[in-house]
Design a protein around this ligand. Sequence first.
Ligand code: SF4
Ligand code: SF4
Length: 332
Amino acid sequence: MLSSRYRPWHIPLFLAKYGWLRLRKRPVLLNFEVTMRCNARCGFCDYWRTPDSARATEQADFAAIAAHFRPMLVTFTGGEPLLRRDLEDIVRRVRAASKYTYVQLITHGAMLTLERAQALWDAGVDQFNISLDYLDGRHDAARGIPGLTARLLDVVPRMRAAGIGGVRFNTVIKNDNLDQLIGIVDTAARLGGGVNFSVYTALKNGNDAFALQGGDTAALEAAIASLLAYKRRRAGVITNSDWYLEQIPRWVRGELTEPCESGTTTIHIDPQGRVRRCPDFPADGPWQSYAGYQPISCDACYYACRGEAQAPLRIASRVRDVFATVTPAAHE
Ligand code: SF4
Ligand code: SF4
């Protein structure tokens, strides 16, 4: 699902940039972790324990990195990026530093007022990726933020009404939200947004209470089948490739044998400007030391960024995924 800022004729330009980057073996996506601080209280991630004093070590500008790599995609992430009061400036400078770069922002959304969203949209954010794992109140408890779901469901339609055209829910598939997935997709479609699914892992702090277990994956497979069927009925709401969704039960059963290609098409830059191959590996050195990563034998997660990087380019389905979303009537 592309932001409304773009039109179909932009797609060949992005594809050309993708090809140019891959030919040069350079990363396509840069994740800028602008802070590790967070004001949620998730039980499955300890970033919120990062002391406030870490603010002093967060670099002010990521533009030089963007200018060096000229990626096709930049994602501002954290921690909670909206805690950075200078986020609009950071976004603006990155946008100016790299042309034809699609800019995304991942947020838990609790501080996303219409005014802040508008300022970030004006600064150059193309797409807001807002975490939402349940519709029935459990999301508030899971994030430790009372009233969060209601706040998100209030601000998203107001963002859309204000002309902010790129809104997705980031939904993590867990062992206790399989019954919520289609409801979240329906809600996103009704609000004029999309959904990007990923899969829970306990890597952040070892909490495996929400991990999907191997063995009987019938319920998971049924949930995945319903998502694939939804994609057939209505393109452009679920943004994952068919391939990624299809592999999730295989990963849960431990059947994936392919090496992880993290760090080849996607890299992470931490708040101090150091590079790492994926969010859950330690930093390797200053970003200037990046010399590429080799695929690695690691199966610890199946985040969408890992799975989608390995997805074969099924032209028909991916073109349908992308073009369906730039049709103005797609979400009406
Ligand atoms: S999962 Fe996200 S919202 Fe929760 S503590 Fe970690 S960074 Fe914050
Ligand atoms: S599977 Fe890949 S992305 Fe996931 S933790 Fe391992 S190296 Fe990182």
